[in-house]
Design a protein around this ligand. Sequence first.
Ligand SMILES: Nc1ncnc2c1ncn2[C@@H]1O[C@H](COP(=O)(O)OP(=O)(O)OP(=O)(O)O)[C@@H](O)[C@H]1O
Ligand SMILES: [Mg+2]
Length: 234
Amino acid sequence: MTALLSLNQVHSYYGSAHILHGLGLQVHAGERVALIGRNGVGKTTVVNTILGLAQMKQGAIHFGSTPMARPRPYIAAQHGIVVVPQGRRIVANLTVEENLLLGAATGRKGPWTVPEIYKLFPILQERAHTPGTALSGGQQQMLAVGRALMANPGLILLDEPTEGLAPVIVDQLADIFNQVADQGTALLLIEQNLSLVVRVAHRFLAMAKGSVVAEGPVVNSPQGLQDIEEHVMV
Ligand SMILES: Nc1ncnc2c1ncn2[C@@H]1O[C@H](COP(=O)(O)OP(=O)(O)OP(=O)(O)O)[C@@H](O)[C@H]1O
Ligand SMILES: [Mg+2]
């Protein structure tokens, strides 16, 4: 089966700064993959390379079977690959509902509509007409996830979605990610909270210095948690 997303021997740069060094990864339909690694190893640069915001100078990216010499955010979305960016990036002068509608810009058909997002996150319906940035951090993260779902994606890249959030909100988001994945959407979860990783992911990729240095299955148990912790310590 063709992967939804594949990166092969990718070298990527910001200007002359060489950040990704021969990175490879694949995500297939319905998979739940975690991308883990310490601060600054290049996790967000993987996302930025997929969106064309960091420059790939060597290697190959495919969205499905289509090679992407010059990826762009809207091209990724057209192929059903969407990003929940690190820091959420809610548009300040749009309401909650308008932020959600932005996610539907590609016009991809599928199960996710505004009413369905409101069923998943009732708080967003209550606050539908308030400015998106007036929400709490956790609610803004729910909005960012809802906005991504509105594109009816086959794959969502979540870049540190629980950074800075209270444990009770992290638990809610874990349930949501599992629900979304249970409905068939593949996840690439970039996360430093490894207890969340074991609750959501089935496979991990560990990065160090701009490439993937280890991979394996994820098991939701104390031992499974220890097994992946080692790979972030290096
Ligand atoms: N726009 C940029 N221009 C130049 N260098 C950058 C830029 N953005 C990030 N970097 C550098 O690239 C390296 C990888 O950064 P990146 O943001 O991909 O790491 P990360 O793994 O996502 O870290 P974190 O866990 O803190 O989010 C870092 O050394 C960072 O300083
Ligand atoms: Mg990052």
